[in-house]
Design a protein around this ligand. Structure first.
Ligand code: HEM
Length: 225
């Protein structure tokens, strides 16, 4: 374990950990949004999928949740530490030039990251722990957790659907920069593959976030009901 402690203390190691945990969280998000797109296929498809996840064999659900938590904590901890160190080290007179050169998404990473964190805390409190904005319990005619009705009821309230749509756009900005800089952190920024690394990966992030944003929008306009 001591190699992890040493790795996260070096600035190169920190960037590696940011890239690897960010990639892991992105993979989770692909699976999560793909699963939630089943909302378009109706109550039976969504609830059967949720039930199969809740009954994964060998405690796999808890292994995945544990992994997700470790990745998320490491990503957030190192992100704050890096941005604190960068601020402390940056000479004042270069700030204007540096700001001009960096893209909007890269300059706002600490802010969009913080908003993503706040979104996740709210999202878990709502759909996983049922502590806020929850009108349940929801059970379908087969006695299963009625995840479909829970989500549709929540998004029929414009306050929550608009909040989710804005959050998905913020996540889009965060991912668009995170995914393109990830390759550089991993030392994979070869000239030959720059189109893939720099252009296509942010696009993949945007496609995913817009697909996610389409869900509350579809409920709001009555396509999913
Ligand atoms: C419109 C988009 C989204 C919808 C409809 C949605 C829906 C849900 C639902 C229904 C659950 C509870 C699942 C269950 O207990 O059966 C859940 C859990 C969760 N969601 Fe989302 N989600 C969305 C976007 C996101 C995003 C963008 C993130 C991360 C940035 C995220 C992260 C999570 C996490 C970490 C959990 C807890 C997983 C677990 O341990 O069970 N979700 N989501």
């Amino acid at each position: 374990m001591s190699w992890i402690v040493r790795l996260q203390k070096s600035s190169l190691g920190s960037k590696y950990i940011m890239a690897i945990t960010g990639a892991g969280l992105f993979v989770f998000l692909i699976g999560h949004i793909a699963g939630n797109l089943l909302l378009y296929f109706g109550q039976e498809a969504m609830n059967a999928y949720a039930l199969s996840l809740h009954h994964l064999p060998y405690g796999l659900l808890w292994v995945a949740r544990g992994g997700l938590l470790v990745f998320a904590l490491a990503h957030v901890f190192i992100a704050y530490r890096l941005s604190f160190h960068n601020r402390a080290a940056r000479p004042q007179r270069y700030q204007y030039e540096a700001t001009l050169q960096a893209s909007f998404a890269s300059r706002t990473m600490p802010y969009t990251g913080t908003l993503v964190l706040l979104f996740i805390l709210f999202h878990l409190a709502q759909f996983t722990f049922h502590l806020v904005a929850y009108n349940g319990p929801y059970t379908d005619s087969l006695g299963r957790d009625d995840v479909y009705t829970m989500v549709v009821n929540a998004f029929q309230n414009p306050v929550y659907s608009v909040l989710y749509i804005i959050s998905m756009l913020v996540i889009g900005f965060h991912l668009s920069h995170g995914l393109s800089s990830m390759w550089q952190s991993l030392g994979l920024n070869h000239q030959k593959y720059n189109l893939l690394f720099r252009k296509l990966s942010p696009l993949a992030g945007w496609v995913l976030c817009l697909a996610a944003a389409s869900i509350p929008l579809a409920v709001l306009v009555g396509v999913i009901k």
